[in-house]
Write a protein that binds this ligand. Structure first.
Ligand code: G6P
Length: 369
């Protein structure tokens, strides 16, 4: 087992550190910066269906659902197609409205999650086109789909998903870029810019991983917290949800993710000097807004940990602790910003003495409903 873990204490840590390579593998053979193009056969075959689609419905569970939520922002922005993000378990039982020609994208690491599988089978009966995004080649969801794209993150052993998530984001971003460009809702200039930003991601992830000692020290400082709040806006909102999920899964600390502006409608009532609030506050079009959200928390004596963009000179004066990540376009930023949150959850779980590879009550894939 020690050999399988490649010298790491846990599979989860190994998989977190593999991400520069796994993200590269997701992009490889698809993203061609030199020629300014993306090649994805499954998408090309169904391009006209994407272009004609009146709506896209995304179905997934768990971490994959967070990838779907991020993709909603990408597809609406780049392709101008309305997107609905559904928990597969809710979608399958409520007799959803599906019209022939609707696109249903199923996102699943294992390709075996029972709720997601049944959801697409139902949608197929209603005439939807199923596009699967799976990590496991030949899995049930991959086989039940009309077309799809694999994430190519390699086998994921850790129960808490890490590298599969970043691979999903990379693949979803490429699809949104490709469809948006073909559809004409995205300029060549923006297409090339995001393409370039995506190509830079693996190197930037490497840089973030080099900060593991800093993140571990922060983790140890907050390891005894009872609750945690994670906040973000825009593309960083799903990142906040995913950070909170990671913490719950492996440290058993109650954690909630929220849109930062929505906190004043509830969670702010919980803020006191005991509560750590993690802000995903990298520089994007919402930056000023999130800075004022941080002020609101500090005014109530909450403890603030912030993921910021390198060179940010404002937030470090307000936050108790900061983790800086390289600057990136906001659309690819989630791939980077989730990395420190994965490490934070990991080190908190370890500091609390838990076996993070075998979190209680959780299964790697849930093949029963
Ligand atoms: C389980 C796993 C999660 C995963 C979810 C969906 O709950 O513990 O890590 O995100 O299933 O799995 P899938 O394989 O469909 O992505």
């Amino acid at each position: 087992a020690a050999i399988e873990k490649g010298g790491f204490d846990h599979f989860m840590l190994k998989e977190i550190f593999e991400q520069p390579d796994t993200i590269f593998d997701s992009l490889r053979g698809r993203l061609d910066e030199q020629r300014g193009m993306i090649t994805m056969r499954g998408v090309e075959e169904y391009m006209q269906k994407f272009i004609d689609a009146q709506r896209i419905i995304m179905v997934a569970c768990g971490t994959s659902w967070h990838a779907a939520l991020t993709a909603e922002y990408m597809f609406e922005e780049l392709c101008r197609i309305p997107v609905e993000v559904e928990y597969a378990s809710e979608f399958r039982y409520r007799n959803p409205v599906i019209h022939p020609g609707n696109m249903v994208m199923a996102i699943s690491q294992s390709g075996e999650t029972a709720d997601t599988l049944v959801a697409i089978e139902e949608a197929k009966k209603a005439g939807a086109i199923i596009f699967g995004i799976c990590n496991v080649v030949g899995s049930s969801i991959a086989r039940a789909s009309h077309a799809g794209a694999y994430t190519h993150a390699g086998p994921e052993i850790g129960v808490a998903s890490t590298k599969a998530f970043t691979a999903q984001l990379a693949v979803l971003c490429m699809i949104a870029l490709k469809v948006g460009y073909e559809k004409g809702t995205l300029s060549r200039e923006r297409f090339l810019h995001v393409l370039h930003e995506l190509a830079l991601v693996p190197e930037k992830v490497k840089e973030i991983l080099q900060q593991h000692e800093n993140i571990k020290a922060i983790a140890e400082k907050y390891a005894s917290a009872r609750d945690f709040l994670y906040l973000g806006r825009g593309y960083n909102f799903p990142v906040a949800l995913e950070g909170a999920l990671k913490l719950k899964e492996i440290s058993y600390i109650h954690a909630e993710g929220y849109p930062a502006a929505e906190m004043k409608h509830g969670p702010i009532a919980l803020v006191d000097e005991q509560l750590p609030v993690l802000f995903v506050a990298t520089r994007d079009r919402f930056h000023e807004k999130i800075v004022s959200n941080i002020q609101e928390i500090k005014a109530r004596r909450g403890r603030v940990i912030a993921v910021i963009t390198e060179g940010d000179e404002v937030v470090p004066h307000m936050a108790d602790d900061v983790i800086a990540v390289p600057a990136a376009d906001e659309m690819v930023a989630p791939i980077l910003n989730v990395i420190p949150l994965q490490l934070l959850a990991y080190y908190i779980g370890v500091a609390r003495g838990y076996d993070v590879d075998k979190p209680r009550n959780l299964a790697k894939s849930v093949t029963v409903e």
